[in-house]
Write a protein that binds this ligand. Structure first.
Ligand SMILES: Nc1ncnc2c1ncn2[C@@H]1O[C@H](COP(=O)(O)OP(=O)(O)OP(=O)(O)O)[C@@H](O)[C@H]1O
Length: 239
């Protein structure tokens, strides 16, 4: 298991946001972190990328306690849910800057630009870019960083259907290259069939974890249920 969360709990002040979260991510697998708005997806990711620290429980990467790994040593590329960029740099300057930070990553920058259809936006600064193009810039940046695990928080924001397809094929390539992928979303139909495993979150606790068929078997649900149906059935059972 490349990444493992063991009994992770997190509170903002008195407010318990995550309770006893347990799941793992293997390399060469895509894991979907799914749940409604406010379920705790971003908070879980922040704990993994060391923006926040669990109040209880531990996180391990490659068997090492996350506490002992400096943030700069995390081999994680992360697409945040809110765009982060330099106001004064053009799109191509962002890409060149990140590529210069990771010279060992032999990825072809022009290929990424072509696949994401970024050619006509290369000399624009972020304030001139549409939401979808900004999102594609973040995706391009994530590909340029050396990483073993890619984490994408609500990556479909602002993307049109063709771009969504292109992004999904990026994720499948990551998987084929033996990288781990964690993708957080509340758009269940978009990740149906893409993910090997799902972590279903509700109000900061795990409803279910495993492959879709494992979850269907465990909770004795209709084998033909869509992912959304599975999630909604589990929520209903809990109420
Ligand atoms: N800085 C903060 N201070 C206090 N509470 C917070 C803070 N950030 C988030 N929360 C609360 O933590 C809970 C989980 O939020 P989180 O952003 O992790 O959910 P999410 O599943 O990512 O939701 P979304 O899909 O809307 O992004 C919510 O109730 C939210 O209001």
């Amino acid at each position: 298991m490349y990444l493992e969360l063991r009994n992770v709990s997190f509170s903002y002040g008195q407010n318990m946001i995550l309770r006893d979260i347990n799941f793992g991510i293997n390399r060469g697998e895509i894991t979907g972190l799914i749940g409604a708005n406010g379920a705790g997806k971003t908070t879980t990711i922040y704990n993994i990328v060391k923006r926040l620290k669990p109040n209880h429980g531990k996180i391990f990467i490659d068997g090492k306690d996350l506490i002992s790994i400096p943030r700069s040593g995390l081999e994680i590329s992360y697409i945040p849910d809110e765009p982060v960029y330099y106001e004064e740099l053009t799109l191509i300057e962002h890409l060149n800057f990140v590529q210069a930070l990771y010279p060992e990553n032999k990825i072809d920058i022009n290929e990424i630009i072509r696949r994401l259809n970024l050619e006509e936006h290369l000399y624009k600064i972020p304030s001139m870019l549409s939401k979808g193009t900004l999102q594609k810039m973040l995706i391009a940046i994530s590909m340029l960083r050396t990483h073993k695990l890619l984490i994408a928080d609500e990556p479909f924001n602002g993307l049109d259907p063709q771009q969504i397809n292109e992004f999904k094929s990026f994720l499948l390539e990551e998987k084929a290259q033996g990288k781990g992928v964690l993708i957080s979303t509340h758009l269940l139909d978009l990740v149906e069939g893409l993910c090997d495993k799902y972590v279903m979150l509700d109000s900061g606790t795990i409803l279910a974890y495993g492959t879709k068929s494992d979850i269907i078997r465990k909770f004795d649900l209709n084998p033909n249920s869509t992912l959304e149906k599975v999630y909604l059935s589990l929520i209903k059972e809990r109420m």
